[in-house]
Design a protein around this ligand. Structure first.
Ligand SMILES: Cc1cc2nc3c(=O)[nH]c(=O)nc-3n(C[C@H](O)[C@H](O)[C@H](O)COP(=O)(O)OP(=O)(O)OC[C@H]3O[C@@H](n4cnc5c(N)ncnc54)[C@H](O)[C@@H]3O)c2cc1C
Length: 348
């Protein structure tokens, strides 16, 4: 198969070729993309981030889905997808992704990241929630000296993604890494008591958790309030972040619209724009042909997190924003509306 995106519309993002596919378990595969050298900077990622993939579909041109990178920074662009019964994109990817398939992809984004590989951390994953956690773990073992403990829940041994590599890491770094496997087949669903017992015997690190929402709720009940909790929630996108916004006509002048002025730092470039007060920042940037990071555009994925250096904004939804980041001046570009006249914002 060569080119799998069949429609002619010029989409946002880049077409990447699948370089390799590795079967991890009966229903999970890792898919590695070839990133050409002119896209290396755009596709550099931080451990824990995700990319957004346009998955070909017979019903609509494509369906857009987010997939976390399991590869650590500097070691390629690999996602790990677990098939969900009746799920459109995961069924397609686990069946059809193979070397030579081309897919439209939006660059890495997201804020489920550990700031320092030297920190002590707790990781709690269930099922395919291991993917961003694996990227964090691989990165920390390679680049830092922090201690990492992983609680990892699965249905059974056979469905455990990365089982062999985790065992090898635990043997190679006995003083820095430990993994506690929980098999539901043997012990039922993980309980808050079991997780808090596991966490209590460990160092005082913050917690990064990814898995089904009920699992993360149990983790939250077990570790809060002692430790700061970072969650990555998997959902299917309902919008299409690959569709470009219709361009604004003429220049950057707002015409009759009431607008603020904004200076935007993005990918080493400075853009000076009018920011109509009823449009969010992502919308304004896309209308001007500027590819701001974005995915869900509903305020939950955190892709468009941006720092407000000057001025103020208001947001209708803040779910995708870590409370600490919010107090440090970060906002969600897809929700931000200007409330002052002159603003400056910077995308990390
Ligand atoms: C930030 C982020 C990172 C992610 N990372 C990963 C990752 O690393 N690995 C991974 O495997 N997934 C990941 N996901 C989840 C992924 O994006 C998809 O949500 C997942 O693959 C399911 O998509 P799907 O198209 O296969 O299923 P969908 O078609 O979205 O369906 C999901 C479920 O809903 C059911 N369903 C669908 N439509 C209906 C309907 N109309 N009525 C009733 N039921 C319905 C389906 O049967 C299925 O059980 C991530 C999500 C996010 C937001």
């Amino acid at each position: 198969m060569s080119d799998s995106t069949t429609h002619d519309l010029v989409l946002l993002g880049s077409k990447l070729e699948v370089a390799a596919v590795c079967r991890e378990t009966a229903d999970a595969v890792s898919i590695t993309f070839e990133v050409p050298s002119d896209l290396h900077a755009a596709f550099d990622h931080r451990a824990g981030q995700f990319i957004t993939v346009a998955v070909p579909s017979e019903r609509v041109p494509h369906v857009a889905r987010c997939y976390s990178l399991s590869s650590p920074p500097g070691r390629g662009t690999t996602i790990t997808v677990k098939r969900i019964e009746g799920g459109y994109a995961s069924e397609w990817l686990t069946r059809n992704a193979e070397q030579g398939v081309w897919l439209q992809v939006l660059p890495p984004s997201g804020s489920f990241t550990v700031p320092d590989p030297g920190a002590d951390v707790l990781l709690a994953a269930a099922g395919s929630g291991i993917t961003p956690v694996m990227s964090i773990l691989r990165w920390m073992m390679e680049s830092g000296d922090g201690r990492v403990a992983l609680f990892y829940a699965n249905r059974d041994r056979e469905s455990t993604i990365f089982a062999a590599e985790l065992e090898r890491m635990a043997r190679e770094h006995p003083d820095r890494f430990s993994v506690f496997h929980w098999f539901e087949e043997e012990r039922g669903l993980p309980s808050a008591e079991a997780i808090s017992q596991w966490a209590d015997e460990l160092h005082e690190g913050d917690v990064w958790t990814c898995g089904p929402a009920p699992f993360m709720d149990v983790v939250a009940a077990a570790v809060i309030p002692n430790r700061h909790l970072h969650r990555e929630e998997y959902r299917s996108l309902t919008n299409d972040p690959f569709e470009p916004e219709p361009p604004v006509s003429g220049t950057d002048t707002p015409g009759d619209e009431d607008a603020a002025n904004v200076e935007v730092e993005l990918d080493g470039k400075t853009h000076r724009l009018a920011w109509p007060r009823k449009k969010n920042l992502v919308e304004v940037l896309l209308e001007h042909g500027i590819e701001a990071p974005h995915a869900c555009r509903e305020g939950w994925c955190g892709s468009c997190t941006v720092h407000v250096d000057k001025g103020e904004v208001t947001m209708a939804a803040t779910e995708g924003l870590d409370p600490d980041d919010q107090s440090d001046g970060y906002v969600l570009g897809c929700q931000a509306l200007p409330t002052t006249d002159d603003l400056k914002v910077t995308f990390d």
